[in-house]
Ligand binder design. Structure first.
Ligand code: OGA
Ligand code: MN
Length: 298
């Protein structure tokens, strides 16, 4: 267990100290904070929830280690941030039997049946639910079983990615939109013509965060299919440039999971990916998502 007292407080230059009495420490130079001194199995006051939201907005992702929480606790914590969003997919989705707002991400099979969604291997960078009108604002994973190596989750700060774009590209793409498609169950590396039956939605390429007012790059290699209103070759060229740009390690944090970790990310300003892991090892994460609003650029 982290015993708060022995852990030195480190604050990212320019970032306000956590507030609400929480001590934080950065996870990587440009993204992420670990929040210390908190037990998520206990209810959180409105004042503390406001302090946690402020730290989260500042850092895009927050990590809590050594938590022992049940489904009820996780749902209650999610409600500090908004309304839990219910599962979207009806196929083999790992939805918890007791809580429609909880699902499992797992490669474990019981009686030959997968018990969770997104079971195996690597996943490319993406932002959750960008293929629907109101994508999840927050997603959180609670680690229950983790493989001995790999299966790490990587997070990228999309404010930093936006800020670092060449001015010519910012100007060129301002106000433009792209189509995001959920069609990766078959071949995760294929980005071709969007099948009409695949869930899909057009969203701004640059998204204004409703809480911070900052702009973030809002495209991703896994799901963004084409830029609306320009020819396909030009769209492919620009998207490939954006994907390479946003995966720059300068603003990425790679999380190596331990059981008891709860990590929550902001899909409005962060992308995430998963590294490969041995299919014969068990991985079990409990996930909740919080409903977001319609992305816009201002
Ligand atoms: C997700 C997701 C990555 C992981 O749950 O949305 O992308 O590390 N998970 O399992
Ligand atoms: Mn995801």
């Amino acid at each position: 267990m982290e015993t708060g007292a022995s852990v030195p407080v480190q604050v990212r230059p320019g970032a306000p100290l956590g507030g609400g009495g929480y001590r934080t420490r950065p996870l990587a130079p440009l993204i992420g904070a670990e929040i210390l001194d908190i037990d998520l199995s206990k209810p959180i006051s409105d004042e503390s929830a406001a302090a946690l939201r402020a730290i989260w907005h500042e850092n895009c992702i927050v990590l809590f280690r050594d938590q022992t929480i049940g489904e009820e606790d996780q749902v209650r914590f999610a409600q500090c941030f908004g309304e839990p969003s219910m599962r979207l997919l009806n196929r083999h989705d790992g939805t918890s039997k007791s809580h429609p707002g909880v699902m499992f991400i797992s490669n474990i099979r019981e009686n030959g049946q997968l018990i969770g969604a997104l079971p195996d291997g690597e996943m490319m960078f993406h932002s959750d639910q960008c293929y629907i009108e109101r994508p999840a604002m927050a997603s959180m994973l609670y680690a229950i079983e983790v493989p001995s190596r790999g299966g790490n989750t990587l997070f990228g700060n999309m404010y930093a990615a936006y800020d670092a774009l060449p001015q010519a590209l910012k100007t060129r793409l301002a106000g433009m939109r792209a189509l995001n498609v959920y069609d990766y169950e078959g071949n995760p590396t294929h980005r071709g013509e969007a099948r009409p039956e695949a869930p899909q939605h057009v969203h701004p390429i640059f998204r204004t965060h409703p809480e911070t007012g900052r702009k973030a790059l809002y495209v991703n290699r896994l799901m963004t299919e084409h830029i609306v209103g320009i020819d396909r070759a030009e769209s492919d060229r620009i998207l490939n440039e954006l994907f390479d740009h946003l995966e720059n390690p300068a603003w990425i944090y790679e999380h190596v999971w331990r059981p008891g970790d709860l990590l929550m990310w902001d899909n409005r300003c962060a992308v995430h990916a998963r590294s490969d892991f041995d299919a014969s090892e068990r991985r079990l994460m409990r996930r909740c998502t919080v409903l977001g609003d319609v992305p816009y650029e201002s």
